[in-house]
Structures are given as C-alpha cells and as structure tokens.
Design a protein around this ligand. Structure first.
Ligand SMILES: Cc1cc2nc3c(=O)[nH]c(=O)nc-3n(C[C@H](O)[C@H](O)[C@H](O)COP(=O)(O)OP(=O)(O)OC[C@H]3O[C@@H](n4cnc5c(N)ncnc54)[C@H](O)[C@@H]3O)c2cc1C
Length: 339
C-alpha cells in the first residue's frame, strides 16, 4: 500500500472535474483496508472513499485522503434449487457483475444493467432503474468500521434502504468502508418488463419469450439512446432526486399544470419526475459556459469541457431556484457533493 501526495482526481470522477487530492491510496485487499484504518487515525481527517466516481461532484481540491477501493472477486456463497447467494467485492464494476449474473441466468439485476460505478457504492444510494432497486436483491454486506478497522455485517433491514437512500448516507455517513456485498438472485428469473420502454424494444425485435439477457440488452439499448456516455461527455447521471410532495400539494399543482406527472409514493406523497420540472423551466439542452442540462435528459448536468465543480454547482443552484419559483418544489441533489 502506497500513499501518494497531490494526485489529480480527474481520471477518478465521471464528471471529469480537475481537482487534486492531498493524499491518495488504492486498496486491493480486505487486509489493506483494515491495516489502513488501524494504522492511521483516519477519524481525524477528511476522507473520500472512491468507487468509480460516477456519483460525486468535486467542488474544489480535496484537502484530505482519497481512498480508491479496488477489491475484486465474485463467488457463490450459498445456493439451492431456486436461489443463489452471490458475493461481489466492492471494487468490482457494477455492470461487469450484472453481466456475470445475466450470463449465468441468475435473475434480479438485469434491469440495472449499464449503471456505472462499483459494487461497493451500489448500496450507498440503493441504486435503481427500470422498475427495480438493489434493495430487492440485497442480502447483506460487510463493511470495515473506519474508527476501529473491525468488520461489521449489515443485513437488508440494517441498511435502512429508501429511495436513493441508505443508512450510509445518513447516520453512518463517513463511518464505514463497504468491502463486499451479497445478493440473493433467482435461478428461475421472474422478468420485469413493465417499466419504461423495455416492452417496446422487445416488440420491435419480435421477442415474445424474453430471457434476462434480452431484458439486459433492451435496458442497455434504451440507456445508450438516452444518456450521455461519461467517457464522451462528463456527467454523473441524474443530478437531482425526484421530489416527493404531499398529495394535496400535487393536486393543487395538477389544477394549474394539468400535464404534471406524478406517481404514488409512501406516506400519502406523490413522486414528481424532476426531469419534467426542469424541462418546464426551459433548461433542457441549455448551455451555460462549460456546463449545461443535457439535450435528451434535462436531469443530467454535463461538463462540456473544462468546467469546474463550482460551475456545475452554480448551474444546479440556478435550476433549483427556477423549479422552486415556478412550482414551489425543492429538488435536492442525488449526486454526493464533495468539498
Ligand atoms: C451515465 C450515468 C447513469 C447513471 N444511472 C444511474 C441509475 O440509473 N440509477 C442509479 O441509482 N444511479 C445511477 N447513476 C449514478 C451512479 O452510477 C451510481 O450511484 C453508482 O452506484 C455510483 O458508484 P461509484 O462506484 O461510481 O460511486 P462513487 O461515485 O465513487 O461514490 C459514490 C458515494 O459512495 C461512497 N462510496 C463509494 N464506494 C464506497 C465504499 N466501498 N464504501 C463506502 N462508501 C463508498 C463515496 O464516498 C460517495 O459518497 C448514474 C451515473 C451515470 C454517470
């Protein structure tokens, strides 16, 4: 394990923001994670745990230690005729893990194909897409407590998963390094084609009895047609979460804006697509200096070249203000803001 000083984080964040970390270390094994936590007093310093850097916005140089998690490996830990419990180490690419499962015909993660990033970050915000989220297939995870270097196990309930939320973004923020995750997958996959354009893509291809490979391919095709590839245009996917508002407020808005979409959410709330709100405020495709809201998906903020983290943040604030002025709805970032 070697600790580097003053390292550019540009290759480590999909927004492609230029910012330096005072210290940088890459960890390949569980032992290295534990040794780092036990040797250095990490609770005294600023830390940035890094997977694929696809859900962060670096707002300035990072005056602390960036820790890139590279632990690799996928293995079966238990199975019966119906189900298989598969453990993936935190540094595995999420999409490679999905591909592995799809090839083995283990169902449950195919709708989450092509989400960038690593397995270790997936529970952080309970990643979700196309009608599912990892909570549905999550069995447990192992994490190293930063203060002690000890390993702790969290089951599904202990992770307190919510919409783009978990305990690791809330009361345990900055307290643990996730090292591995166990998923419970189905050997007799139950397909979920109800969301988005999956069924349309299958129809177009004349597929009447789809496999999970067909679902995965459909999701990949839809995502590639709608979302900018971070390798070509810096971004971190959806910048904002879809706001959940009280049903009465939604009804009042519906009277004024008859087209406003809304989906039932827990506690008599209605989830409103943030992309629609942003689009109504005329941000879709708008370019502001080096930044902008993407032309196909207004929810995705992009770096057109040499944007600084602050430029993206300023754009985000302008968008939040205009959505609030027009709809009296606060939209909050899904992306983790790092300062
Ligand atoms: C084009 C695009 C499309 C996207 N689509 C989706 C989507 O459909 N659904 C969705 O949910 N997300 C989506 N995202 C967001 C992102 O891909 C996910 O949130 C992903 O899980 C982030 O993984 P990462 O490894 O890149 O995390 P990072 O950005 O590296 O980290 C994210 C957060 O998790 C913390 N963290 C990372 N690894 C660990 C670890 N091992 N232990 C503890 N903390 C850790 C970081 O400190 C940070 O706070 C998209 C992003 C892009 C660029």
């Amino acid at each position: 394990m070697r600790i580097f000083q003053n390292i550019s984080l540009k290759p480590y964040n999909t927004f492609g923001i230029e910012a330096n970390a005072s210290q940088f270390v890459e960890l390949q094994t569980l032992e290295e994670v534990q040794v780092l936590c036990q040797t250095f007093n990490l609770t005294d310093r600023k830390l940035l745990i890094l997977g694929g850097g696809s859900n962060i916005l670096l707002t300035k140089d990072f005056d602390g230690m960036a820790i890139k998690i590279n632990l690799k490996g996928i293995e079966i830990v238990k199975e019966n005729d119906e189900e298989v419990w598969v453990q993936a180490m935190a540094g595995e690419s999420w999409h490679s893990f999905v591909t592995h499962c799809v090839e083995k015909n283990w169902g449950g993660v195919e709708n989450l194909s092509l989400i960038p990033g690593c397995v270790g970050a997936a529970p952080m915000q309970n990643i979700g897409a196309y009608g599912t989220e990892i909570k549905a297939v999550f069995s447990s995870l192992k994490a190293v407590e930063i203060a002690t270097g000890e390993m702790v196990e969290f089951n599904n309930e202990a992770c307190e998963f919510g919409y783009r939320e978990s305990v690791f973004k809330n009361k345990y923020k900055g307290k643990y390094i996730i090292v591995s995750v166990i998923f419970k997958l189905n050997k007799k996959p139950i397909l979920n084609v109800s969301y988005g354009a999956i069924q349309d893509v299958l129809n177009e291809k004349g597929i009447t009895s789809p496999t999970i490979q067909d679902i995965s391919n459909a999701v990949i095709a839809i995502r590639q047609s709608k979302l900018p590839n971070p390798a070509e245009l810096g971004n971190a996917g959806s910048f904002f979460k879809n706001p959940e508002i009280p049903a009465e407020q939604y009804q009042r808005l519906k009277n004024e804006f008859t087209e406003i979409p809304g989906y039932p959410a827990p506690n008599n709330q209605v989830k409103v697509p943030a992309g629609w709100l942003i689009e109504q405020c005329q941000w879709k495709g708008k370019i502001v200096g080096n930044t902008g809201a993407h032309k196909n998906q207004a929810l995705v903020l992009v770096n057109y070249g040499n944007a600084t983290g602050n430029e993206i943040l300023n754009l985000a604030k302008q968008i939040q203000d205009s959505v609030y002025n027009q709809f009296k709805i606060n939209i909050s970032p899904e992306v983790n803001l790092i300062d």
